[in-house]
Design a protein around this ligand. Structure first.
Ligand code: DGL
Length: 264
């Protein structure tokens, strides 16, 4: 019997942080990953455009017969989930609800959220956190420079520390006890962010939380494929060279075979 894969998409390499966690938590699953590298970034584009791109990326994965769709991109999760759920009749999991769920465990109910301009502008994290913790004070800041820093391999460089200090100063002043890393690239900056925020602030990794949410859903619905050694197929919408090189650090291993496809 053919085992249907989990479909994961993102605007580019970033979603490989989610992929890495899914592989760690569900090693026996087949995965199909699509990075929309021809149209990256999503984070600076309008909600309308990101929704259209997300529907097309998801359409490609649905055509491959995936059993579940993971929207690894925070920006696409912020603006496109209702449209995706309306069009495609399969479970669709975004990264915002899982991250918000963990953040809502904050003790002092003062929570920071960082992400792209699109994610922060949408207010979706704030909404999701408040739905679980109505008294919470949520402080949100867009940190667009973190994306190129992570892709450049400068996540622990002094430039990254100074950039983080500049962006996060208002959150330090607000005395948050929890910071949501609301962008696919930010787990790479974890060490720098923890250094800048101090050891008392809990960093919530949306990628890891999302993978736990997928694992939980599989257990509940009996969708798991328990044996180990899943197949992983990677697709991109531009030439694969840069994705293969930069993606290694995001996935934590070599990208064996990446193919270019046309979508939309
Ligand atoms: N993947 C995007 C996100 O998580 C970051 C990169 C982009 O702007 O496309 O929001």
């Amino acid at each position: 019997m053919l085992h249907r894969a989990i479909g994961i998409f993102d605007s580019g390499v970033g979603g490989l942080t989610v992929c890495k966690e899914v592989i760690r938590q569900l090693p026996g699953e087949n995965l199909i990953y699509l990075g929309d590298t021809a149209r990256v970034p999503y984070g600076t584009k309008s909600a309308q455009t990101v929704e259209r791109y997300a529907l097309e990326a998801a359409g490609f994965l649905v055509d491959q017969g995936v059993k579940l769709l993971v929207v690894a991109c925070n920006t696409a999760s912020a603006v496109a989930l209702p449209a995706l759920r309306e069009r495609y009749r399969l479970p669709v999991i975004g990264v915002i609800e899982p991250g918000a769920r963990r953040a809502a465990e904050s003790r002092n109910q003062r929570i920071g959220v960082i992400g792209t301009e699109g994610t922060i502008g949408s207010g979706r994290y704030e909404e999701a956190i408040r739905a679980l913790l109505p008294e919470a004070e949520v402080f949100s800041t867009a940190c667009p420079l973190f994306v190129p820093l992570a892709e450049e391999g400068w996540a622990e460089h002094e430039v990254a520390r100074l950039t983080a200090l500049e962006y996060l100063q208002p959150l330090i002043s607000a005395q948050i006890d929890t910071l949501v890393l609301g962008c696919t690239h930010y787990p790479l900056l974890r060490t720098t962010l923890q250094r800048v925020m101090g050891p008392g602030v809990l960093l919530v990794d949306s990628a890891a939380e999302t993978a736990s949410c997928v694992a939980e859903l599989f257990r509940e619905q009996g969708l798991e494929r328990p044996e180990h050694g899943g197949q992983r197929d990677f697709y991109v919408t531009d030439v694969p060279t840069r994705f293969e090189r930069v993606g290694r650090a995001f996935l934590g291993r070599e990208l064996s075979k990446v193919d270019q496809v046309m979508i939309g």
